[in-house]
Design a protein around this ligand. Structure first.
Ligand code: ATP
Ligand code: MG
Length: 438
């Protein structure tokens, strides 16, 4: 993309309405704009980030055999009356009436709809297990939308739902999802720690929230420092092997990690003092086994091997895709701007032409730009160099390819790595090879 012709409205000043750094930077880097309280438009660079995150989430869901569907944002109130949640959900649910006075709602989540779709299709244990997911906008009329896309009212979520014949198989589905989540966050370039979460009135211990540690997070967290040095994904885990999964799951969930609400002081005292860590975190994912709650309430059963009818065991598994855009920035920035992890960056590199109009500079820049016009943001504006450096740092491209008149004559450029500030004087080809490898 050519910066001179792009819709990338960067701001020099900090917007007054933004209280936390990721919100400030998302506005300043021209990623989003608010259109109503807690509702955002995603501009070209922001949309690329959202798509990059979604794609990684999708690939990791697919890799454990989950199948993608796309359910609508609007749902019939009747569905929710069948589960009993229509009245229970409260004012966070946006309720709508159509011209025939039929009651609809903008979905805050999809348990009812997926259970109904499942019931229309699957009749026998032979078709189990099933894991279905979609990446779709949700609406929750949050009391206090804040922190930009981190707590919006309309937000993008990946939600997956598993259906199993019995508890043991549901646990395996849960463990596979845990594995997929850790791989997802690792690929996104962030560390999200799984913490035991509240299972509410249904009970059972199978619920984990995934939190990115950041001082501005809304949840207080307590964890064993053993979690910091643990590389969970060192060895490949075979998802077809229940034994390998079980071992992996134990390793990941054994060290103490809990949010404020789940903090158990007795267990905490058992963690050696030098390994106790307290901090704050942003919830970016949540996995939950809830058994037959919905299949029972909505009377959706399948035939079992012995001919009886049984209610399938379910789990649901959310990832806050749009919240992640903010949470990643919260975890990865400095005083000059965003530092995008390579996998989610809207552009691999910015090409900074320090002397637009200079024949050699222009030619070198055009040559680099044409290698991949999608991956490169070409700063071809006639602005002074300082403004270009500042904008590139603000937008957080992993690399900056700096093209000045003197070095361009020798076919050389300066390559800067945003995360470390390291600079290298390289030939155009060597610089391209480095950038495109990352
Ligand atoms: P929170 O405790 O932050 O309100 P939640 O527990 O209500 O979230 P879930 O129902 O578990 O949320 O939804 C799955 C994921 O969707 C969350 O882990 C979070 O990443 C994301 N999410 C939930 N609410 C919002 C929101 N208002 N804005 C952006 N993302 C959200
Ligand atoms: Mg949650």
């Amino acid at each position: 993309m050519r910066l001179s012709r792009s819709f990338l409205p960067t701001l020099k000043e900090n917007p007054a309405e933004a209280q936390i750094v990721s919100h400030r930077l998302m506005l300043r880097a021209g990623l989003v704009r608010q259109t109503a309280s807690g509702i955002y438009a995603w501009l070209p660079a922001g949309l690329k980030v959202l798509r990059n995150i979604s794609q990684i989430v999708r690939e990791e869901q697919d890799s454990i055999g989950a199948q993608e569907v796309l359910m609508p944002t609007l749902q019939s109130a009747d569905l929710w009356k069948r589960s009993g949640r229509y009245d229970a959900y409260g004012p966070e649910m946006l309720r709508i009436q159509d011209r025939h006075k039929r009651e609809l709602l903008y979905g805050p989540t999809n348990e009812e709809m997926i259970t109904d779709l499942f019931g229309q299709t699957v009749k026998s244990y032979k078709e189990l297990p099933q894991v279905l997911y979609h990446i779709q906008w949700k609406f929750r009329d949050e009391m206090r939308p804040r922190f930009g896309v981190m707590r919006g009212r309309e937000f993008l979520m990946k939600d997956a739902y598993s259906f199993d014949l019995d508890y043991a198989s549901a646990v395996a589905s849960y463990q596979r999802m845990m594995l997929a989540y850790l791989r997802t966050f690792q690929r996104l370039g962030v560390r999200a720690v799984p913490m035991r979460a509240d299972t509410g009135p249904i009970g059972g211990e199978l619920s984990h929230e995934f939190l990115i540690l950041a001082p501005t997070g809304e949840s207080g967290v307590f964890y064993d420092a053993a979690l910091e040095d643990q590389d969970w994904l060192d060895e490949p885990v075979d998802v077809n092997s229940p034994l390998a999964l079980e071992t992996f799951y134990k390793r990941v969930t054994t060290p103490y990690a809990a949010t404020d609400e789940m903090h158990d002081t007795t267990a905490w005292d058992a963690v050696p003092e030098e390994r106790r860590r307290e901090g704050r975190g942003v919830e970016v994912g949540h996995i939950f086994h809830f058994g037959t709650k919905y299949t029972k309430a909505m009377d959706i059963s399948v035939s079992a091997p012995d001919g009886s009818q049984v209610y399938p065991e379910m789990g649901s598994y959310g990832i806050g895709v749009s919240r992640l855009a903010g949470a990643i920035i919260e975890a990865s920035h400095d005083e000059n701007g965003i530092i995008w992890p390579d996998a989610v960056a809207p552009f691999k590199a910015a090409i900074l032409n320090l002397k637009v109009g200079d024949e050699t500079c222009d030619a070198v820049c055009e040559r680099i730009y044409n290698v991949d016009t999608e991956a490169f943001l070409y700063d071809d504006r006639t602005d002074r160099a300082g403004a270009k450096f500042a904008d590139a740092d603000l937008m957080g491209h992993p690399w900056q390819i700096v093209v000045g008149p003197r070095s361009a004559k020798e076919g050389r450029v300066e390559l800067k790595r945003r995360a470390t500030g390291e600079r290298h004087d390289l030939s155009v080809d060597d610089a391209l090879a480095l950038v495109l490898a990352g």
